[in-house]
Design a protein around this ligand. Structure first.
Ligand code: HPA
Length: 254
């Protein structure tokens, strides 16, 4: 039986529709996670919720303790993480308001604690990351999106940047040449740590702006980002709810 966690990103610091049964402030060998683990029921399904940026959105992407977040979820018995991320769109199919379930990642971040194999005694393992997301979870999210009536784009390359500033137009042009179709600040090292921890992991990305220099805008406007976040988060939650229901239904062989 799968046990799901939702990691909420920008626009999803609180899961208001979660009926909470327990809030656990936990500690890991890597430090404290971004917030207490909130256990409860969301849209009829049991789940653990963790807001990546903290409950008050106070942690910038490079200060998030990704190791503590993933370790805390693993220690809580979670098997699969549904990660929600807000992103900029680079590819033509990724305009504002679109939901994407990416299938690849390029990591442009630096200086982040990015591995559990960090000289703490465990023998080093070089985990396979050819397919950085769990394909069964990707398919589950896509099925959940279809079930919820909000189809998501399947596939895309998530370019993870350092932030917290947005990118220059030349940086985005380089990322486009690299094959990135989405840009966000939190997709790594989260995905790699989940793989190291042996957890299923996939991302539902909500596009909230055209990336710098794309889509004809002179600059990237925070008002636009916030507007698309507000507009899109209801659809994201509907997709996550349907995904959990499908993933936990007895018919699901996983
Ligand atoms: N760049 C990086 N991260 C983002 C963006 C962006 O344009 N929009 C939302 N998250």
């Amino acid at each position: 039986m799968k046990r799901f966690a939702i990691i909420g990103g920008s626009g999803l610091d609180q899961l208001e529709a979660l009926s909470v049964s327990a809030r656990r402030q936990v500690m890991t060998p890597w430090g404290a996670p971004s917030a207490p683990l909130c256990e409860g029921t969301f849209a009829g399904s049991p789940v653990v919720f963790l807001p990546r940026h903290g409950e008050a959105h106070s942690l910038p992407p490079h200060r998030i303790n990704y190791r503590a977040n993933v370790a805390a979820l693993r220690d809580a018995g979670i098997t699969d993480i549904l990660a929600v991320t807000a992103v900029g769109g680079i590819g033509p199919e990724a305009g504002p308001g679109v939901m994407v379930v990416p299938d690849q990642i390029i990591d442009y971040t630096y200086g982040r604690e990015h591995t559990f194999y960090d000289g703490m005694g465990a023998a080093v393992d070089h985990v396979d990351f050819t397919q950085p997301y769990s394909e069964d979870l990707r398919q589950l999210l896509l099925a959940g999106a279809a079930r919820a009536g909000h189809p998501a784009v399947s596939g895309g390359v998530y370019g993870a940047t350092q932030g917290p500033r947005l990118e220059s137009a030349a940086e985005i042009a380089r990322m486009a040449r690299d094959g990135c179709t989405l840009v966000g600040m939190t997709g790594m090292p989260e995905a790699a740590l989940a793989r190291e921890a042996g957890l299923g992991y996939a991302t539902l990305s909500l596009v909230v702006n055209w990336a710098a220099g794309v889509g004809g805008g002179e600059t990237v406007s925070l008002e636009e980002i916030m507007g698309h976040l507000r507009e899109g988060m209801g659809r994201v939650l509907a997709v996550v709810g349907a995904t959990l229901a499908l993933g936990l239904s007895p018919q699901d062989p996983g």
